[in-house]
Design a protein around this ligand. Structure first.
Ligand SMILES: CC(C)(COP(=O)(O)OP(=O)(O)OC[C@H]1O[C@@H](n2cnc3c(N)ncnc32)[C@H](O)[C@@H]1OP(=O)(O)O)[C@@H](O)C(=O)NCCC(=O)NCCS
Length: 162
């Protein structure tokens, strides 16, 4: 993965993941309209900078998978050490497969690869999160044997326009 040369693919893949995993409010905006808006926010550079910083940790898994030289999928996994507990977890920050390549077992292949690499790099557990409405991602995780460990709640405190 090269942040500069893969920038367009990374931003589109990242947006696909945040939109599909987004809150009902965020998703009440049509996807392409929301993408256009998001591309104009400071979150773009924040995301790229946080991906770049995580590459300083040699354990980080940040890969673009290709088909005949064309990018078709992306995965980013970070490691966190709980030093006092002698415990390390690896977290799938995001995984995304290009729409026309979905439902062909690619994410399954990537997750199995991530599991092996994370274990080899010292992780005790592999974590991953998604949005409540992200049916594809939820099914993927369940099929791969992940257990649900947290639930996040949200309650609007005022009328919010999408
Ligand atoms: C979630 C995502 C990565 C799955 O990628 P994929 O390559 O299509 O997944 P796979 O083909 O390996 O599917 C594995 C299993 O997941 C489940 N699954 C995948 N897509 C599904 C869908 N649209 N609806 C229901 N179940 C689905 C199925 O159980 C599937 O097994 P099956 O095809 O044998 O029934 C892909 O839909 C995607 O890129 N979405 C946008 C980004 C995103 O939401 N990322 C996750 C949050 S970070």
């Amino acid at each position: 993965l090269d942040i500069e040369s893969d920038r367009v693919f990374l931003l589109n893949s990242h947006f696909d993941a945040i939109y599909e995993s987004g809150t009902p409010l965020f998703r009440s905006n049509p996807m392409e309209k929301a993408r256009k808006q998001w591309l104009e926010t400071s979150q773009v550079e924040e995301y790229l900078s946080s991906l770049g910083k995580s590459l300083d940790d040699k354990r980080t898994i940040a890969e673009i998978w290709e088909d005949n030289g064309l990018p078709i999928a992306y995965v980013w996994v970070k490691f966190t050490d709980l030093v006092d507990y002698h415990f390390t977890f690896a977290e799938v920050v995001e995984i995304a497969v290009k729409p026309e390549y979905r439902r062909r077992g690619i994410a399954t292949k990537i997750m199995n690869h991530v599991e092996q690499v994370a274990k080899a790099r010292g992780a005790d557990v592999l974590r991953s999160g998604t949005g409540i409405d992200n049916r594809a991602s939820r099914k993927l995780h369940e099929k791969l044997g992940f257990q649900t460990i947290y639930l996040d709640y949200e309650k609007p405190l005022r009328d919010i326009d999408s």
